[in-house]
Design a protein around this ligand. Structure first.
Ligand code: F6R
Length: 600
């Protein structure tokens, strides 16, 4: 995810900006840049690639105020032109987040004579601030922010003025002696100061060498509290979380928010995608879809199968990528490959195989510029931000987010869902990030169950229909990070064999949310309880019946039945995490596994 730094003080800015940016490298990026105000002009230096590549190109730069950025591409390819800072006149801006209405802003600003050179949404912001600039930067920034829809953390300079603002993207201010700092994350500036102020949403800060002044978006002054940071750098990179996996689980509300940003208009009941050139008639003509993926991405695709079949009325074959190329069946008229990294060798081989048979292809991926994006006809980005923990968590949630959007979008075009249904679904989807936060804030019961059963050697996860892929994902998460043998099963299948393994020593996680198959899942739970196995149910918060049948219940907020798998996922992720933690496993780097599997 992009990183922002800023400096205004008594020392030369460039070296501090580069040093601080390096401390944000763990967030992942594909280009970097800085802007420093030197006497009369803002000098900008940026490069595609690593910060060391940028460093090599830098002349000696004088100037004591500046901003820096590491970009993780979302709008426009990862290249030098799209790298931040972006400028307009003497104003330079760095930005994290997504400006949802940038296209409209771009058109408006182009008409008034501003020239755009990049494909980024941020450039529109730079021109917009310039457009409003009269005699001071903070007023111009406040005016510009009023025109913006979307999420942002920004830092801007003009002359010796440095201004920061945030909405839905993190930003901290560091307080020094005769110098002050901005950063997306504490580790970037921890070397220089331990005094940190957290900027809150819709707050703006003016950073001078001698003080930092905070305002709301009407320019009324705000008092802020200084926090003294006691973590070390390593802990700070994880924002205080013990593992990247836990941090990434907690980033899911934001990841999903970014997945939906600018793509949903719930009032009109519309969905739009920036990277897909599938026409309405092509979507209407799809006779069959093949979804191809590996591991966690496969589990997301499996849920996608149910979604496309229920919402868009189109049959879906779900295929394991490493098997697909040896199958003798022909792929559907649309092939969707799902790959977080965009580099998984099995998935790329399957994609090439599918392309050779002439079908249309679409990739759902998290990494801009990855191999899959260069080989496929259409790309939809999950926009989860980089994932460092080997076990996929937030990227899975975002993959589900894209699949819901796509299935609804296809359903509308194919006349399978009414505009009222669409609006209802979109409203419910927009509530998911906040509902995930509620689960994250309420994890005591999950911890308790994890502690009680962390020494088990076998686990089962069961669910029917839409919850079956989540049972598979729960079992996959548990086995990869805790090394406990775990199986995900369609609940109705237990009695056809695996029930022989169920004893008082095999805990079962039953996903029993309300919906078409609820009563049947309850029957399956009774079969399990008759064999004395401990059962944890994941159930709707309004379900007053379920606790009669099980040993423990984790409640999830009420949503549309079809959306509940998103919320159940968070429970199985946390459960796996806490079991692995209780077993003292190396959670972020499980044995034998790699984040990107580039061999077949
Ligand atoms: C599990 C996990 C893997 C990946 C799989 C595919 O937590 O991360 O199962 O999902 O290796 O990787 P991508 O999605 O990069 O193709």
């Amino acid at each position: 995810m992009c990183g922002i730094v800023g400096y205004n003080g008594k020392n030369q800015a460039a070296a501090i900006l580069i040093d601080s940016l390096k401390r944000l490298e763990y967030r992942g990026y594909d280009s970097a840049g800085i802007a420093v105000f030197d006497t009369n002009v803002v000098e900008v230096y940026k490069e595609k690639g690593r910060i060391v590549d940028l460093e090599k190109t830098l002349p000696s730069i004088s100037g004591t105020v500046g901003i820096g950025h590491t970009r993780w591409a979302t709008h426009g390819r990862p290249n030098k032109v799209n790298a931040h800072p972006h400028t307009s006149g003497n104003i330079a801006v760095v930005h994290n987040g997504i400006i949802e209405n940038y296209q409209q802003l771009k058109e408006k600003l182009s008409r008034t004579g501003y020239e755009f050179v990049s494909d980024t949404d941020t450039e529109a912001l730079a021109h917009l601030i310039n457009h409003y600039y009269k005699d001071n930067l903070i007023d111009a920034v406040i005016s510009a922010l009023k025109d913006i829809r979307g999420s942002y953390a920004i830092a801007a300079i003009c002359g010796s003025e440095l201004v920061a603002a945030r909405k839905d993207s993190p930003l901290v201010i560091g307080i020094g002696e005769g110098e002050n700092f901005i950063a997306s994350d504490i580790p970037a500036i921890l070397k220089y100061t331990r005094k940190i102020i957290f900027l809150d949403d819709l707050e703006v800060a003016s950073i001078t060498p001698d003080g930092v002044f905070f305002f709301d978006t009407c320019k009324s002054p705000i008092e802020k509290k200084i926090n003294l940071i006691e973590w070390n750098i390593e802990a700070a990179e994880k924002s205080g979380y013990e593992h990247f996996m836990l941090k990434e689980i907690h980033e899911q509300p934001r990841a999903l928010h970014e997945t939906f940003a600018g793509r949903i208009s719930e009032l009109e009941g519309n969905i739009s995608f920036e990277g897909s050139n599938l026409t309405e008639s092509q979507i209407k003509d799809i006779s069959r879809i093949s979804i191809i993926a590996c591991g966690t991405s496969y589990n997301a695709g499996f849920l996608g199968k149910y979604l496309f079949e229920q919402l868009a009325g189109v049959h879906v074959d779900i295929e394991i990528a490493s098997e697909f190329r040896y199958a003798h069946s022909s792929p559907g008229s649309l092939v969707i490959v799902i790959t977080q990294s965009g580099e998984t060798a099995d998935t790329l081989a399957a994609l090439r195989e599918a392309k050779s048979s002439g079908c249309r292809t679409l990739a759902i991926t998290n990494v801009m510029g990855s191999t899959v994006t260069r080989e496929v006809d259409n790309v939809i980005y999950t926009r989860s931000g980089p994932e460092i923990g080997v076990a996929a968590t937030k990227t899975f949630i975002s993959q589900l987010g894209v699949l819901y959007l796509l299935a609804l979008y296809f359903g509308k075009i194919r006349g399978k869902i009414s505009s009222d249904q669409m609006k209802r679904m979109l409203v419910a989807m927009k509530m998911l990030p906040a509902q995930i936060t509620r689960i994250l804030n309420n994890k005591e019961k999950i911890l308790k169950f994890a502690d009680t059963f962390s020494s088990s050697s076998d686990f089962f996860f069961i669910g029917r229909t839409l919850n079956y892929p989540i049972a598979l994902e729960g079992a996959l998460k548990l086995k990869e990070i805790s090394y406990i043998h775990a199986e995900g099963y369609a609940a109705g299948e237990l009695k056809h064999g695996p029930l022989a393994l169920i004893t008082k020593n095999t805990p079962v996680v039953a996903i029993a949310t309300k919906g078409l198959t609820y009563d049947k899942v309850v029957n399956n739970i009774k079969e399990i309880k008759a064999r004395d196995a401990p059962v944890l149910a994941i159930a709707d918060e309004k379900d007053s019946e379920i606790e009669k049948y099980v040993d423990a219940v984790i409640r999830i907020p009420t949503t549309e039945d079809i959306l509940s798998p998103v919320l159940s996922t968070v429970v199985v992720q946390l459960l796996s995490y806490y079991i692995a933690k209780a077993r003292n496993c190396p959670i972020d780097q499980p044995r034998n596994l790699a984040k990107s599997v580039t061999v077949e």
